[in-house]
Design a protein around this ligand. Structure first.
Ligand code: AMP
Length: 210
């Protein structure tokens, strides 16, 4: 099964992608995590992406399209995958269509801007493996420490309040039109994102396994 997670930054795409990955036994491809990883490793692409990312802007289409294309060609994607954070613009969606991968569902997580701003302030991420957490909704077993790898949990620079507003603005302008794009293709599944992670997962599974 090939799935796209769509929705505003902070709507819970990453968290739900992780749950669905485990449920279906398929990998999550998160362009945000791949770019952060490249930055950590000091690659040319990572350094180029840094200024965009820090300001809450989108990295140029050709850069992300290139990394997704390479990643989808890897063996573990053959049995299915979940795209988290890609596509984010119409040109990215058109490029994905040309990659000839058959997407079954585009899950559009609907959460209001107001809720997102509230949620983002509690968001934390493992600085080592990228696993997402939340101070209220998705706590680690031990405060400040990743359950999976023991890494330290930190607040991403782009989760700071000013950057969140910029990211929401970009989302409404560039990414929201993708809902209509995929509705036209008959792939859109609208799900109202709940504050409780398990409730949202139930809604998604009911919608796609029905
Ligand atoms: P995320 O972790 O998905 O919220 O992504 C963090 C940041 O990485 C975004 O604010 C963008 O700067 C960049 N990024 C991730 N995915 C994309 C994409 N598909 N297109 C452009 N920029 C992206």
């Amino acid at each position: 099964m090939n799935i796209i997670m769509l929705g505003a930054p902070g709507a819970g795409k990453g968290t739900q992608a992780a749950v669905l990955s485990e449920h279906f036994g398929i990998p999550t491809i998160s362009t945000g995590n791949m770019i952060r990883e490249a930055l950590k490793n000091g690659t040319e692409m990572g350094l180029k992406a840094k200024s965009y990312m820090d300001e809450g802007k989108l990295v140029p289409d050709e850069v992300v399209i290139g990394i997704v294309k390479e990643r989808l060609a890897e063996d573990d994607c053959k049995k299915g995958f979940i795209l988290d954070g890609f596509p984010r613009t119409i040109p990215q969606a058109e490029a994905l269509d040309k990659m000839e991968v058959d997407i079954q569902y585009v899950i559009n997580l609907d959460v209001s801007d107001e809720r997102i701003i509230k949620r983002m302030s509690g968001r934390r991420v493992c600085e080592n493996c990228g696993r997402p957490y939340h101070l209220v909704n998705l706590k680690p077993k031990k405060d400040g420490v990743c359950d999976d790898c023991g890494g330290t949990l930190v607040q991403r620079k782009d989760d700071h309040p000013d950057t969140v507003l910029a990211r929401l603005d970009v989302y409404h302008k560039e990414t929201e039109p993708l809902a209509a794009y995929y509705k036209k293709q008959g792939k859109l599944v609208d799900v109202v994102g709940q504050d409780d992670v398990d409730e949202t997962t139930d809604l998604i599974l009911k919608a796609i396994e029905a």
